[in-house]
Design a protein around this ligand. Structure first.
Ligand code: ATP
Length: 575
């Protein structure tokens, strides 16, 4: 890219077109993060370009500021607008989220064309060009370096961000919030961060655009442009950083080519560009659903990550403040769903260094009880105490912070992320790196310790050979074990395992039981839901039996085995 303007014979028109690709790529890059990685669809991204462009246009024409000096203000305005709109929008889910972005995208477009200070429909012209030491950067060949320098810089910073503690948290959002929240990730905050980040890139693009074209009107900041940017991100390969550049290139070149070729074929009276453009894009997406970039990337061998080297261990949780208390105690816990009582006045306790099983037939209320403990569902009445503290009503992030880690009945890993990265997500609360330090690569020591911890936990559960594979490529039983490693990476005091042995072979079950015994010997407590009675009876210290939401028995395995009520209700006479 850098050499392009130096190559003799490359026409200025081509350089200008490539500059436009760069401008679009900046916006698409934000969308890659927002939509492709974070799973939030935005049609309104062009409006943030508008904030950047109009801010610098007003400051540099009306107030005579230098274009360079307006950059921080342009970013501040775009970023502040994103905070306000993000607070309103990112909490929406499903189709409400894109509809919300459409709504403010349209509103802002009309606002830009209505305000006197922004020149109404005529916009603002006479914007000064960039200049360095008295030399104006008017020639597309020189502006080229500025545009592409910023695109490449933004791509590198974004790449760093994605490959970090914060990046893992952002990537985890796409598969639903619960798994991330259960490991202390504040999903609402993460979404807002991504939203603002994408808006800043769009604002940067708008700022550049204003001083490159030197005229700003509302047209490039409307919904049409917003849709086009989204197309670029999706077509290039949503979620792929270089996809943004490829998508921006494809859409910009295709539009340009159609505008040149079609009038020659069909005459100037027929405007078919939009129709043909639409058909071509839909066709391309049919062929390459994941976008174009993965197909390009497949042309050369993937560079695998190495197994992370050893690093100093992360700090461990300090000992409990109230060791005399039972670790976990449910006291008359009730959960009603309308007329159905899923959990009916259930009380039981888990002591320190104890393995307790919660058993019962399907629909007995076991998972609901788990959800009450982990803050996923709110109690109707009753209490849940952890180390003597009432934790009923605390959100999952807070529960994780206290040292309660869980696995899920329906595995909630990010299948595209490696086993290592999934497990590292479990150690999120034990790291400290934020957005800026991640982008600037100042997080490497923190990151090395998180990855080394993830590696240790993966080795501990016996999955070392699968460490670098995508989690989705493992057998379901192994994925459950990955979830256990992820839970262990939190450095928990209490481990909640929802059907950990489901899908495991006999040998794997034995290994799992040995692991849980060794955790118990180290003082960890485990509460597990399990249908495999052989596994439960041989492992646990105490069993709680639920039926139709009510506790019908509890005691040591030997007593439960022969309890007539349990045999009647749960084992149905099998034993
Ligand atoms: N969100 C919900 N809304 C309405 N009813 C629910 C909800 N979640 C659970 N239930 C009902 O509560 C009861 C207990 O369900 P729960 O999933 O806790 O049982 P379980 O013992 O975990 O069963 P399984 O072994 O099949 O997972 C069931 O009747 C279920 O249909």
């Amino acid at each position: 890219m850098a050499a392009l303007p130096l190559i003799p014979g490359v026409p200025v028109f081509a350089i200008t077109l490539i500059g436009n690709i760069g401008l679009a790529a900046l916006v698409a890059l934000g969308l890659v993060l927002l939509t492709g990685v974070g799973g939030m669809t935005s049609f309104g991204q062009a409006a943030f370009c508008g904030f950047g462009a109009y801010t610098t246009a007003v400051l540099s024409t009306t107030y005579g500021w230098s274009p360079w000096a307006t950059l921080p203000v342009a970013l501040l305005v775009s970023g502040s607008a994103a905070v306000v709109l993000g607070l309103l929008t990112v909490r929406l889910s499903g189709h409400f989220l894109p509809l919300g972005t459409l709504a403010w995208g349209i509103s802002l477009y009309y606002l830009f064309g209505t305000l006197d200070i922004l020149g109404r429909h005529d916009g603002i012209s006479g914007i000064p060009p960039f200049s360095i030491a008295g030399h104006d950067l008017i020639d597309p060949r020189t502006v080229h370096y500025l545009i592409w320098g910023l695109v490449i810089g933004a791509a590198i910073l974004t790449m760093h961000l994605l490959d970090s503690r914060v990046g893992r948290a952002i990537r985890a959002l796409r598969r639903g919030q619960l798994a991330g929240e259960s490991f202390g990730i504040d999903a609402a905050r993460m979404k807002l961060i991504v939203f603002v980040y994408a808006a800043l890139l769009a604002g940067l693009s708008g700022w550049l655009y204003a001083h490159v074209t030197r005229t700003v009107t509302q047209t490039p900041f409307g919904i049409n442009a917003g849709i086009e940017y989204l197309f670029m991100a999706v077509l290039g390969g949503a979620g792929q950083i270089f996809g943004a550049v490829v998508g921006a290139g494809l859409v910009t070149v295709l539009k340009e080519a159609l505008q040149r070729v079609l009038p020659q074929v069909f005459g100037h009276g027929v405007q078919l560009e939009a129709v043909v453009f639409g058909i071509l894009l839909v066709g391309l997406l049919q062929v390459a659903r994941e976008g174009v970039w993965p197909h390009i990337a497949a042309l050369w061998p993937a560079r695998g990550r190495p197994v992370p080297p050893d690093a100093p261990a992360l700090a461990r949780r300090s000992a409990s403040a109230a060791p005399a208390e039972k670790l976990l105690a449910l006291d008359g816990a009730v959960k009603k769903y309308g007329g159905l009582t899923a959990v009916n006045a259930v009380s039981f306790a888990v002591g320190r260094g104890e393995i307790v099983a919660l058993i019962g037939p399907n629909g007995a209320g076991k998972s609901t009880t788990f959800n009450l403990i982990t803050g996923v569902t709110r109690l109707t009445t009753g209490a849940v105490r952890f180390e003597g503290m009432d934790i009923a009503g605390a959100p999952p992030q807070e529960i994780a912070r206290l040292g309660i880690a869980r696995t899920f009945q329906h595995v909630k890993l990010n299948p595209e992320m490696s086993v290592l990265e999934n497990v590292a997500l479990g150690a999120h609360l034990r790291g400290h790196a934020g957005v800026l330090s991640s982008m600037l690569r100042l997080d490497r020591r923190d990151e090395a310790r998180l990855l080394a911890e993830a590696r240790r936990q993966i080795e501990r559960v016996g999955l070392a050979e699968h460490m670098l594979k995508p989690a989705g490529s493992l057998a379901l039983g192994q994925q459950r074990v990955v979830e256990i490693a992820r839970a262990l990476a939190l450095d928990p005091v209490l481990l909640l395992l929802d059907e950990p042995a489901a899908g495991l072979r006999h040998k794997e079950k034995e290994a799992l039981a040995a692991l849980l015994r060794s955790l118990r010997a180290q003082g960890m407590s485990v509460l597990l839901v399990e249908h495999d009675m052989g596994f439960v009876m041989g492992l646990t210290d105490h069993i709680v039996v639920l039926d139709f939401g009510t506790k019908i028995a509890e005691g040591p395995p030997a007593a439960i085995k022969t309890n007539p009520q349990v045999l009647e209700a749960y084992l149905g006479g099998v034993a």
